[in-house]
Design a protein around this ligand. Structure first.
Ligand SMILES: [Zn+2]
Length: 245
């Protein structure tokens, strides 16, 4: 089983699915695609061709987050791909105005101007989807506009081959951490699988800037991750599969 894990931002793959990555690497291989890891200068759309710049803090938050992502993902024998698109907070309209001025509140819908980006992203994801048996997407119910955009673009890519036939790929939706998306409204089956908590936590703590910014330090982070996953007693990873129509 070759899996493709779509992460809207650096940290989403490891924070949301970190306890499964080793197993997935063993079971046939894993590609992690991080979509919104760009600087907002539209230079890296074809991938991270400029890894040499990573880790230079003066390049700003995107560069630091890319560096943390690269270091964390290197814990597992997976293939990491960055699409270099700018995250919502960095996106601007034709007149240079921010598309998402103010805080990016939960439940915020994607800006209408992002419709073109959804189609463009679907085009980038199409060839990546081809080589895989299962695609893992954020559930994106009441989480972040970028998560919904990734889900919609991926669904577009999965349903639209040049010959019009849907791609023969299994789709699974994962629960995003630290968001606590509610269970989907119906028409989905929930799966809880045993996951490796210590591997999950170790990888997740490598996103130091995010741990500091959102949880202050490692201890509260570990507490929330444990609570959410049922660790240490029985750590599980939760996902949903749509019922066949
Ligand atoms: Zn995210």
């Amino acid at each position: 089983m070759r899996r493709l894990l779509l992460a809207p931002h650096p940290d989403d793959a490891v924070w949301s699915c970190g306890g499964m990555l080793r197993q997935w690497c063993r079971e046939g291989g894993l590609t992690v695609v991080t979509v919104f890891d760009g600087d907002g200068r539209e230079e890296g759309v074809d991938g991270r061709g400029d890894r040499g710049r990573e880790g230079r803090e003066e390049d700003g938050a995107p560069a630091l987050r890319r560096a943390e992502d690269a270091a964390a993902l290197a814990r597992w024998p997976l293939r990491a791909v960055g699409l270099g698109l700018p995250e919502a907070a960095l996106r601007r309209d034709g007149a240079g105005r921010s598309l998402y001025a103010g805080p990016l509140a939960l439940r915020r819908a994607p800006h209408p101007a992002d419709a073109a980006l959804t189609v463009r992203l679907a085009g980038l994801l199409g060839p990546l989807v081809e080589d895989h048996d299962e695609v893992l997407l954020p559930l994106a119910v009441r989480t972040h506009a970028d998560h919904l955009l990734v889900r919609e673009a991926a669904e577009l890519a999965l349903g639209s081959r040049a010959d019009g036939a849907p791609r023969p790929v299994r789709t699974r939706y994962y629960r995003e951490f630290p968001y606590a998306p509610p269970p989907p409204p119906g028409g989905y089956r929930e799966h809880a699988e045993p996951a490796d908590f210590s591997d999950w936590l170790r990888g997740a703590l490598m996103y130091e800037s995010q741990v500091r910014g959102m949880f202050r330090d490692a201890r509260p982070f570990a507490r929330v991750l444990a609570r959410r996953t049922g660790a240490p007693r029985r750590c599980t990873w939760t996902s949903w599969v749509r019922d066949a129509a």
